[in-house]
Each structure stands twice: as C-alpha cells, then as structure tokens.
Design a protein. Structure first.
Length: 523
C-alpha cells in the first residue's frame, strides 16, 4: 500500500494555485502508483483551527465554526473541479480527529513528555509561536517573516522536544531519503542546530484563543494549531481508532510513504516537530515517513496571495475560476508541467495557455485527430494489418521502450515535468513520422496501400500508448481519447503491461472529436 498525504490547507482564506499545485502533484503521484498496479491511499484536507481562523471569523462577524464550514466547502469544490481522487478528507474539527489528538496528549502527559511552566518571551502572531533569540536577525530584530511580534508572559504546557533532538539528528543523518529532494536536508540539519535546548509550547490559554482542541488535562487551554494539524496524518489513517469507526486500518497504511509539503513548512513543523512527536509516541525509525518538499509558484518574483492584485489577476489565481475558463486538463497539466519538483517557478497564465495549445492541442490533439480521421476515411475506421515496414516505423516502435523507461524513472523520482517531456517527445516523433509518410497523399496512390495501413496503425498506436502514460496527469482527457479509440479497456492497463501493440490490428476506432480545443486568455 502506498499512502500519500498533502499539507492540510488553512481555512483562513480561499484556495489559490499554490494550494492547487500541491494537491495536483499528490494526485498525479497517487494515480501513477495505481497505474503501476499498487494500492494507493491519498489523504488531503483542511486545517481549521488556530488564531488566524479565529481572527478572520471575528473580522467577518461570524462564529469560527460557521466560517470554517463555508471556507472548507470552497476548498472541496476546488478539488472536485480539479478532479482530485483522494480517498480520505481531513477536517481538524472532526470529532474523530479531536479525540485522537486528545488521546495522544493524554498519553504524552502521563509519560511526563508534557509539562507546565511560566514563560515570558516574544510571540509571533503570524506564526502563532513564541520566538527565541535564535530567531533574531543580524540586527537583533525579528524579521518581517514573523509579522507582528509582542511580548507575553504566560503559563503554558510544553512538549519535551529537546530530549529527542539528538535522536533526530542521528535519524536525519542516517536516513538519506527522509527529505526529498536531497538538497533540502541541509535546511533540516541547520534547523536542528537552532532548535537545540528548546521545548515546544503546545498550548494556548483560552482567554487568548478559544478556537482549538481543548487540552484533556487542563480545560483552560487549547492545543497549539501545529500540534493538532500534524496529527491529521495518523488520525485520519485510523490511529488508535474506535473499532466501530469507519476510518482505515492504520497498520495497512502506516508509515505513510510520502508527506507532500511546501518548502515553507519543512522546518520546524514537518522535519522537527513531527518526527519527534512520532518518536515520543513510540514509533520506531522505520515508521517515520519521508517528506517530498516542493517549491513555490511565485507571481513576478512575489507571492501568489491575493492582497496586492487587481481583480482580474486575482481571478487567474483561483483554481475554480481557472478550471471554468481553461478546463481541468489545462490547469492540471500546467501545474505539474512548468515546475521542477523541489524548485520554484513563476506562475504565468500566458504559459498555461501556450503549453496547452502547443503540447496538448497542436501535438497530441493533432495526432489523435489525424490518426482517427484518416483511419475512418481510408480504412473504414479499422486498423489494417500490413506487410510494409521500414526504418522509420521501426525507429518509432523502438522509441517507445526508451520513452517508457524515461517516463518511469522520472515519475519514480516525482519529476513529473521530466516524465511529460519524454511523452511529448514521443508524440512529436509520431507527428514527424506522419509528416514524412504523408498518409493523406499516399492514400491517393493504390500501390501504397500497405504503407498507408502501416502508417495509420502506427499513429493510432502512439495515441493509445500516450493516453495510458498521460492518465495520471490529465485523466479526463485520456478517458475521452480512449473512448474515441473505442478502447476503454486501456484504462485498466498497468504500466508493466504496456508495450508496443496495445491495440490489436483490426481494431475499430470512432470518429474523432477535438479533445483539446485551443484556449486563450480572457481579454
Ligand atoms: N495548515 C498548514 C499546513 C499543516 S500540515 C499538517 C499550512 N497551510 S497553508 O494553507 O498555508 O499551506 C498549505 C500548503 O500549500 C503548504 O504545503 C504550502 O507550502 C503550500 N503553498 C502555499 N502557497 C504556495 C505557493 N505559492 N506555491 C506552492 N505551494 C504553496 O501551511
């Protein structure tokens, strides 16, 4: 079983393309695992607690519960539009999750892993945490990343993070694949150095924050939002579940194979708090999941948050709106095509339009259209066996093995863009092959019927193979292609069964309808 999760999105705003990217990336990996024949379970959801949510709800004059219900709906609608195929949906206000968090808190408290102390220090409202001198910059100030910082003197509960730091250092040093891509490991090791000697404040007094999970051993406090949120990865996987609940069987899912997260939440939450929480709960090293850390989509070097944009620009950041104007395939394709996993990229709707039109409409769409149209016109819609063969046919056939190898290597490394490059090159080769043989011309020459039949069968076959390889990224388009190929059974095919010849000669295809009508930017 492959178990994949994403970060759960804060419900203090609406979904934007950054959130959408992460979810599509995870969905592509999840669908690819199924294409490989693996069972895969995909969890995503929303992070509904915390001060920011309480503040936004207050600003709107509604209670936090009403507010998060509405915002949550916006997220789930966006993910439906994008065709995400998750199996479980995490909402941190779900009573099953709350009770799991409370059970864990109780256990850690009873084990002496959580204690109470008075602390006077600086608190970042934006990051919802106390800061130490290590967070000051060279000028001795707390940088702008911390937002408003105020001094506070209060009693809180602390988790003994510092007791486990040396274990964590060793773990990170000896588990190369804990953080992917590997270049991010240095950030984690640096953060471990900085965290030395500090415990984690895991409570917030209710007079300050009411919108959270109450501490089971002291009802004057709620749980720090990160401590609550991280637990979603196990609570919704059935950790210590009530046997009558419908949650999954924990032992069949855990450890998760991959937590897909953005680079901003690698440290300290996912690479320090989370492994230490699991370790303190008694999970052994083999039970600590790997992190796939993706980069950010930026807008003209800045953030994609909507605050400083015109209405039109903001609309092009909104995944629901994007799918409405460009369609699901274009948006999914762009989000994983124009970024290298782990690196940042600039979000440019012009490139979304350009990549869809050149790589899908003009390349794959054109091949599909030509192959099916000519098969319909010249051989009654049926591919015909042929004695014709030449070097160009052989090269095209042989190039599939290479394509498959490149695709699989890239996908196994979560390099979706590279995998797509391999498939697009294969389709381009098939279009060049068509240009060389000019089936529309040789169809007029009766002595070239054998060549015509061979060329058309090769073109149809490339469309069929591409429709299988592209399925994780653009599942709906591939379904439509397979319907036009009259080969719905291709959707059941596993990667290991994929080889030249998936469509038997003599197969009948349908009349093509454009799969990828060209798109343009709204004026
Ligand atoms: N609620 C926390 C995560 C808790 S996980 C136990 C959170 N939420 S978030 O809404 O701020 O971000 C959710 C995810 O979206 C994060 O992984 C973050 O990196 C990602 N992105 C937010 N903006 C992004 C871009 N502009 N580009 C790519 N991903 C970005 O953090």
């Amino acid at each position: 079983m492959f178990y994949i999760t994403t970060a759960i999105d804060y419900t203090n705003g609406t979904p934007h393309i950054g959130h959408a990217y992460e979810k599509v990336l995870a969905d592509v990996i999840h669908r690819y695992q199924k294409l490989k024949g693996n069972d895969s379970h995909f969890l995503t959801g929303v992070d509904q607690h915390g001060q920011k949510v309480q503040q936004t709800a207050e600003a709107e004059g509604v209670n936090p519960n009403t507010y998060v219900r509405r915002v949550t709906k916006g997220f789930s609608q966006a993910w439906e539009k994008l065709g995400l195929s998750y199996d479980s949906w995490a909402e941190t206000t779900n009573p099953l999750h709350k009770s799991c968090v409370q059970q864990i808190l109780n256990t850690l408290f009873e084990q002496g892993q959580i204690y109470k102390k008075q602390y006077k220090g600086f608190y970042s409202i934006r990051q919802e945490q106390f800061l130490t001198d290590k967070e000051r910059n060279e000028d001795g100030e707390f940088g702008p990343e911390w937002g408003v910082v105020e001094e506070r003197d209060e009693e809180n509960y602390y988790f003994r993070l510092s007791e486990h730091v040396s274990w964590l250092r060793e773990f990170v040093e000896s588990h190369k694949d804990f953080v992917l891509p590997h270049f991010r490991r240095a950030d984690v090791l640096n953060a471990i150095e900085r965290s030395e000697g500090n415990d984690l404040c895991i409570s917030r007094p209710k007079e300050r924050l009411r919108w959270g999970i109450e501490l089971p051993f002291d009802t004057d406090f709620v749980t720090f939002v990160w401590f609550d949120a991280l637990i979603n990865y196990i609570s919704f996987a059935g950790y210590q579940k009530d046997p009558s609940s419908e949650l999954p069987d924990f032992d069949s899912l855990w450890p998760a194979n991959l937590h897909v997260i953005g680079k901003d939440i690698l440290v300290p939450s996912h690479s320090i708090y989370w492994p230490i929480m699991l370790h303190a709960m008694g999970f052994d090293d083999a039970q600590i999941p790997s992190l796939l850390v993706h980069g950010w989509w930026n807008k003209k070097g800045g953030k994609v948050s909507k605050s400083e944009m015109t209405k039109e620009e903001a609309a092009l950041m909104d995944p629901i709106h994007l799918v409405e104007i460009f369609g699901q395939d274009a948006v999914r394709y762009y989000l994983v095509r124009d970024i290298h996993t782990g690196k940042d990229s600039n979000y440019e709707p012009e490139r979304l339009v350009m990549l869809f039109n050149t790589e899908l409409a003009n390349n794959l769409g054109n091949l599909c259209n030509r192959a099916l149209n000519m098969t319909k016109r010249y051989s009654a819609g049926v591919t015909v066996s042929s004695s014709y063969d030449d070097a160009s046919c052989q090269t095209l056939r042989e190039s599939f093995a290479k394509t498959l190898e490149q695709y699989q290597t890239a996908m196994d490394q979560y390099e979706i863009s590279q995998a797509l490059t391999a498939v697009i090159e294969f389709i381009t080769r098939a279009n060049i092959f068509a240009e060389e043989h000019k089936p529309w011309e040789i169809a007029k020459d009766e002595t070239k019927t054998e060549e015509l039949n061979a060329v058309l069968a090769h073109m149809v076959e490339v469309v069929a193979l591409a429709s299988v390889l592209l399925r994780p990224v653009i599942p709906h388009a591939c379904e439509r292609i397979q319907a036009q190929l009259k080969a719905p059974e291709l959707s059941e095919l596993k990667l290991s069964e994929l080889k030249w010849g998936v469509l038997p000669i003599g197969h009948e295809v349908a009349k093509p309808k454009p799969i990828f009508p060209r798109i343009e930017l709204p004026s």
